[in-house]
Design a protein around this ligand. Sequence first.
Ligand code: HEC
Ligand code: HEC
Length: 397
Amino acid sequence: MNRRRAWDAERAVTVVLAVLIAACGPAPTSEPPPALGQPLAGLQEREQGRFLLGKAVFERLATEEEGLGPLYNAPRCSGCHDDPVSGGTSGVRVTKATRWENGRCDLLHDVGGDNIQQLATSLLRARGMGPETLPETANNRAVVLATTLFGLGLVEAVPVAALERFADPEDRDGDGISGRLGTTEAGSPGRFGRKADVATIRDFVDTALRFEMGFSTPDHPFEERVNGVAIPPGADPMPEPEIDDRGVDLLAEYLRYLAPPPRTEASSEAEADSIRRGGAVFREVGCASCHVPELRTDRHDIAALSRVPVPLYSDLLLHDLGPALAGVCGPGASPTEHRTARLWGLGSRRVFLHDGRASTLEDAIDLHGGEASEARSLFSILSAPDVRSLILFLRSL
Ligand code: HEC
Ligand code: HEC
């Protein structure tokens, strides 16, 4: 049997699929909204099938015989995206390093790239190499927490023009908040990744396969280098690419069909009032200037993604939050610029900000600086009941 087919999703999960479809039944087409980790409501049967197949690939533990490594950070996607369910975040932190000089970002490709892989397969270690070390030429680093992946299909379906409407790179309106569209390494508009440097879900899947799991892909059919040094013969015997187009497509479709987090119902009338008040406070202190409550998708071939609201609480643009939150740079972003975090699903999260350094929402807000300084100042003089309402509101999103 061809070992390369070992990661062939369809063969591996046909049985699982039959069982899962029987267990889940068709996705609900009306209220209540899909629970965390479920597919979008209103998907066609074929799309639901692809969702389940893709989910199985996402959760599948890969071995080095199948193409994992030789450098990697975890042996499966869900290893970093499973809290509280598949598609979520996790406690794993990925180490990144870059060089920022004269307003330009160097992703350090010649010494192994910005993702410092923490693990090496036994075959590589047996040859005395790996894992990676921080390149000496790096002048900034960050430990980055995995984002949640819920609702990414909706995020992808928002037209670039809608994001451009919020951008104000020169701050012409003088409100202290600029906001720039992120750019990919190739120079096109980006929206995925914390530096908004990836344009599509499929491109991010390709990146994650290569940098987090060490899989060569049809778009990049070669192995990464270990801090810039080619891997020795025999350290990775699998022929390239180690995953085929079908596997990459299934992963992308799983994420495209993953429903956004449902809002949390208030447990009493008083709580509902407080959440409403919190929403008003959120707008009054200027949080909504960056955390734009709702965007809209364009017409889309997938009916469930066509012309629907996207209540993500982000403009998907880059903002400078000041030196306290500095991390690595990106192709179109300085070390202090970050894509506005989506606030939907905050209720299921435990730590906040790109590196997870804040363990309460209050701390996360306190650490906002730069373009968000005024909003943070207004937050700091809110009355205690208003702060409580704001936090309740954030937790309900
Ligand atoms: C070792 C941990 C790790 C593994 C394994 C991992 N990821 Fe991630 N993922 C991250 C981190 C960290 C980020 C945020 C990085 C960034 O944005 O720069 C992320 C972000 C993403 C995003 C971007 C979401 C957004 O907010 O724009 C997608 C899509 C994604 N991962 C998909 C995958 C897929 C598919 C796999 C498996 C092939 C995978 N990830 C495996 C850690 C991981
Ligand atoms: C100038 C734009 C801007 C303003 C104004 C702003 N934020 Fe943010 N916010 C961001 C960016 C960018 C991030 C991502 C920072 C990071 O990951 O380190 C973020 C992150 C967050 C997070 C962490 C989310 C997560 O997933 O970890 C919370 C919570 C948050 N903001 C709430 C607020 C609240 C509440 C206000 C109003 C008091 C506010 N923000 C005002 C841009 C802004």
